[in-house]
Design a protein around this ligand. Structure first.
Ligand code: KG4
Ligand code: ZN
Length: 336
């Protein structure tokens, strides 16, 4: 039986579906939820409702544009976790319904492993073992990738994710959610050397971003007390300085992991991998340290079903199917 898989992603605030045939991703349909913008963050109850509203249209579009008829599917894949429980439930239930109706097996996919495996959608592909810095709104992990389905987390955040630090800093500045892409945009016009922030790094390969969030809050509070228009006047420089600080925190650990493991194949994944500053700093490091760097296409950095599809493809090849009594897991770790 050949892998012809429909994959569904619904872990947070993107409803997405993708069809993959023999390892080739045919499409990547994504419905982003805008309902959260005015709340400054994802509201779980609204997210699950929006998934419910979008999932049928998103799956229909993925099936129609793929040219694959449902009876040709040989498996249905879904995100098991980590993510928001109510959001995950929508995707898991929809996938179960389709698998039952078509009489095909289910494949569960770990969202964080899928972010890493997004590197196998297009060329060039990294060779094993490689290091992947996975940076998103919910996670910050350094992963040693030994094989498609053999990964070890060698460092991770002890509190907030770096994407959360971007989003919270943006919120403090009065920018809408998600603020990461906006900080990136303003930073392009700013000078990153104007402001500096305290070094709140953890020891070893682990990260911590809660300290910088608080430091940034106090920094703005003090400046605003002197000049109420401080943010408007200096937005680009503030964004550029904060962005460089966050990138430097990530790069310190990535360099350390590369030197400790001796691995020179370096990848970045997850929503924050879309950050233009991080993309250019990592390319500079590649020249300096003779790394070979892998950066996914923008559409495969933020949450998407194509990465679930490629992960499901490798699970299919290894016969890793899931039974119908599977339940989503909000706190699923890599390797489980
Ligand atoms: O991977 P993702 O779509 O969802 C999670 O699994 O969390 O990542 C979303 C995160 C958000 O925090 C968002 O602000 C951040 O990725 N992000 C960015 C950029 N694009 C998305 N952060 C900085 N610069 C960007 N260009
Ligand atoms: Zn994600």
């Amino acid at each position: 039986m050949h892998p012809v898989i429909l994959a569904i992603e619904s872990s947070c605030d993107e409803t997405s579906a993708s069809v993959i045939v023999h390892g080739k991703v045919l499409n990547n349909v994504i419905a982003s939820q805008t309902v959260h913008h005015k709340y400054g963050g994802v509201v779980p109850e609204l997210a699950s409702r929006a998934h419910q509203q979008h999932i049928l249209d998103v799956v229909n579009e993925a099936m129609t544009t793929s040219g694959i008829i449902p009876t040709s599917l040989t498996a249905i894949a879904f995100t098991k976790g980590p993510g928001l429980m109510g959001s995950l439930l929508v995707g898991v239930s929809f996938a179960k319904g389709m698998a039952l109706a078509l009489g095909v097996p289910l494949i569960e996919v770990n969202h964080m492993e899928a972010h890493v495996l997004a590197h196998f959608i297009d060329d060039p592909k990294p060779a094993f073992p490689f290091l992947c810095l996975t940076v998103s709104g919910g996670h910050t992990q350094l992963v040693k990738v030994n094989d498609y389905l053999d990964m070890e987390v060698i460092g991770q955040t002890h509190d907030d994710a770096v994407g959360e630090a971007f989003d919270k800093a943006a919120k403090i500045m009065g920018l809408p959610y998600p603020g990461g892409p906006l900080i990136d945009q303003y930073a392009k016009e700013g000078n990153p050397k104007v402001y500096s922030f305290p070094d709140t790094a953890m020891q070893g390969l682990n990260f911590s971003f809660s300290g910088i969030k608080t430091a940034f809050l106090y920094f703005l509070r003090d400046r605003l007390a002197e000049d109420p228009a401080f943010i408007e006047k200096n937005r680009n420089d503030i964004c550029a300085s904060l962005q460089l600080h966050l990138i430097t925190m990530l790069m310190q650990k990535l360099k350390r992991a590369a030197s400790e493991t001796g691995i020179k194949q370096i990848a970045i994944a997850g929503g924050v991998a879309a950050n233009s500053g991080l993309r250019s700093v990592i390319c500079e490091a590649a020249e300096k340290y003779r790394w070979e760097v892998f950066i996914p296409d923008f559409q495969y950095c933020t949450d998407n079903a194509a990465m679930i599809a490629i992960a499901a493809h490798y699970k299919f090849l290894q016969g890793k199917f899931t039974t119908l009594d599977v339940a989503p897991m909000a706190n699923l770790s890599i390797g489980l």
